[in-house]
Write a protein that binds this ligand. Structure first.
Ligand code: HEC
Ligand code: HEC
Length: 236
């Protein structure tokens, strides 16, 4: 099935400018930060936690939620991605809307996935700072991931054969499933404490998300997080 063009007016991005405002003396609260994010972004992304999550909202949303962006992204990655956005979800936000039936398996109609609007460096920095103020309450526990002594080989086995994460996520470009975000640059993109919290309980982030909640022991969570947090990093 083909979707109508979501990014019909990519030129509209040129209109994304910031109102000149004095730098706040203290970090802006989330509400202040939202005022710094253009309405066009909010037309595709939830910037505040949906009051009543519904499966309809999840299925019709145009972009992933950003209301917990501050819990999730590494700043350096965010600033760079906003200027030069590369696909994260190889199958789009809802992969089955872009799936083409085929043998032996369905493929993704990548031409139907629209390019993300890009912004210039100064705008990217301001946007990243605003986005990083958006946090959920009690979603992640800072410092919960303990990198010391984590066995990456065991983590890789867990990701692949043992827990089957690879059926929905890529840990190397082109290797793995397409119904979840790729994780092959997760070490640059995501905070390890977020990776751990999401893996433990995806429904805490969205009640209807189709990632299964597995019962994982703490050592297993640490290993999986260690492996995912190592992906895409230059110095492993
Ligand atoms: C027409 C809809 C649309 C607009 C407008 C839009 N985005 Fe997006 N955004 C998307 C989609 C779709 C994705 C998912 C891309 C992917 O996974 O490959 C995305 C992904 C993102 C991500 C990564 C999120 C994640 O969880 O991986 C960030 C950050 C982001 N957008 C920020 C912005 C900002 C800031 C603006 C405004 C300047 C904006 N977007 C405007 C649709 C949109
Ligand atoms: C049935 C498919 C499926 C399986 C199996 C699965 N996931 Fe996911 N995963 C998803 C989906 C869907 C999302 C959220 C998609 C979104 O934000 O658009 C997700 C999100 C994530 C995220 C957050 C990524 C991000 O960019 O926000 C992490 C980390 C993650 N999964 C790790 C794992 C691990 C570790 C396993 C194995 C224990 C696993 N997943 C198994 C489908 C899956």
């Amino acid at each position: 099935m083909r979707l109508p063009l979501l990014f019909a007016a990519s030129g509209a991005i040129a209109a994304l400018t910031f109102a000149a405002r004095p730098a706040p003396a203290e970090p802006a609260a989330a509400t202040g930060a939202i005022a710094d994010i253009p309405a066009s972004c909010a037309s595709c992304h939830a910037l505040t936690k949906p009051e009543t999550p519904t499966v309809e909202r999840l299925w019709t949303r145009k972009g992933p939620d950003l209301w917990y962006a501050g819990d999730k992204f590494n700043r350096e990655w965010l600033v760079s991605w906003l200027q030069n956005p590369a696909p994260i979800r190889p199958g789009g936000v809802m992969w089955f809307k872009h799936a083409k039936p085929g043998e032996p398996r369905d493929t993704i109609d990548t031409a139907s996935i629209e390019k993300h609007p890009a912004v210039d460096a100064a705008t990217a920095t301001k946007l990243a700072d605003a986005l990083l103020h958006l946090k959920g309450e009690g979603l992640i526990v800072e410092g919960e991931f303990k990198p010391e002594g984590v066995n990456l080989t065991m983590g890789q086995m867990s990701f692949g054969k043992l827990r089957g994460c690879v059926s929905c996520h890529q840990d190397k470009p082109g290797q793995g499933g397409v119904s979840g975000p790729q994780l092959h640059d997760a070490g640059k993109r995501l905070k390890p404490d977020y990776v751990l919290a999401y893996t433990r309980d995806p429904q805490k982030f969205d009640h209807f998300i189709w990632m299964p909640r597995l019962t994982l022991s703490d050592p297993d969570l640490q290993r999986l997080t260690g492996y995912i947090a190592s992906l895409g990093k230059e110095n492993k």
